[in-house]
Write a protein of this length. Sequence first.
Lengths: 335, 239
Amino acid sequence: MMKDMMAGFELFQPADVETALELLDRHGAASWRLAGGYDSLDWLKNRSKQTRAVVDLERIAELRGIRESGGGVEIGALTTLTEIETSQLIRERYGLLADAARKVASPQIRNAGSIGGNLCQDTRCWYYRYGVKCYRAGGNTCYAAAPEAMNREHAIFEASRCVAVTPSDCAPAVVALDAEMVVRSRAGERVIRAADFFMPPSIDIRRMTVLEPEELLVAVRLPAAWAGASFYFEKVADRNVWDFPLVNVAAAFRMDGATVADARIVCGAVQCTPRRMAAAERLVVGRPRTEQVAESAGAASAAGAEPLAFNAYKVSLVENLVRRAVRGAQTSEPA
Amino acid sequence: MSEWPPTEVGGDTRASSTISEDAPWALPMVSAIPAAQPSPSWSRRDFIKGIIASGVTVSGLSYFGSGCSGALPAQTVGGVERLLSLSVNGQLRRVDVLPAETLAMTLRYKLGLTGTKLGCDRAECGACTVLIDGVTHYSCSTLTHRVRDREITTIEGLEGPNGELHPVQQAFVDELSPQCGFCTPGQVMSAVALLRRNPNPTREEAREALAGNLCRCGAYHNYLNGVMRAAQSLGAREA
């Protein structure tokens, strides 16, 4: 067998959402939604996952574009990360998401990769990706939490049998911006808050989002309430390019003069879903962003962490990233 | 079908008519090579490309079928047509493409454009970088069917009308940018896309634009020197 050759599948290239939904409905769990495709094809080449019917969304024009809507901004799910990182509108009003998109993978991957694909991507746990029958793959063990396992990249919070983490850079940003996810199926449309879009393993260990096989994420809505807030994004990874975060932080502060009126601080890659740093947020609201406040917010943010054998470093990483977010001062880098 | 020597090899493999339709993935098997030897003037590269183009082996399709969990799915209404026209380097090329075929496979093994390299085949190295409508993409992880009405530019498409090197290629030669050279076509494509978008990049901008191309020899600084020199020479040519 040629390892890099994908198993055969039927390829569909619908031109509109309705046709795509009909195809997803018809093929159900055997279907595969193809957005940018760079992660999808890895799965299929490695043969860790198989599909009979690939629904390529690339030709659906209504899934693309960044437009103003109801005071906020609506981003089509197939809008590329490059388009988001260079969009004047996003940079001016939601610089947090532009900064996050800019930190994803490599230029070529951002040219193809979409916001929808980035938010819906599967975890990077290498035991799972290797194709072993772990909990997430329908088996009955977790190889990454075994005593001898290599789990430097895995979860420090909220593990439930599975210790995989969310690999997305955009996910913490959309949760910090309190975005809404617009999801459509043949049964109709539903709008889900970003914080509720990601699936914890305690509820369903087999998937990363609440999307059902016949559903499609069609757009991400950024609310007016957080436009132009004070933002901070930072990603720590082993390499500057390509790599997934060891921990990232996305924070939004609505200021009332020198004091923080409202704050949303979210970390990625510390558990299976983007994690709101609720204790840190409570400590910051109503106070100025001083060194002392940053210190106490940082110290409170890793409470309850349960590190595995090789990822205790993430505890201090989370604390320091939250401190730096509260101190702030990082603004959008030039494109 | 094993006509030998193949009528169109090396110099012009543009007509896809020589590519056997029932063996689109024909791979050279030693036992299947005819006794007639190629003339000494042929390069090894021409020889291998000739074997691929002539479709010597019986059926490459078995490579596809063998790994499937079952038979290929039956044709259903609405699936893609396999025969399509690709616009590659300004030419329209007719080619038979499987649904699960990547652009790198089509370019290298069906259109004979072996300048595009396959490194990791996982969108993690950049050797396969091509331009799609002027934007850099990893061709190893792009389905060919996705680009059927787009303009594809490969390293072969940068050649000048009289066979001269593109200014970026010339600058890379002058700066001794490549060492082993395997990543070079991808580095060139990223640099060309950058200079079309931004004719006067800073070194930092060039570094970011080439960040999606690994060089295992570690010749990154030489490549950046090459990009900066190319920007100068392109600027001088315009002036």
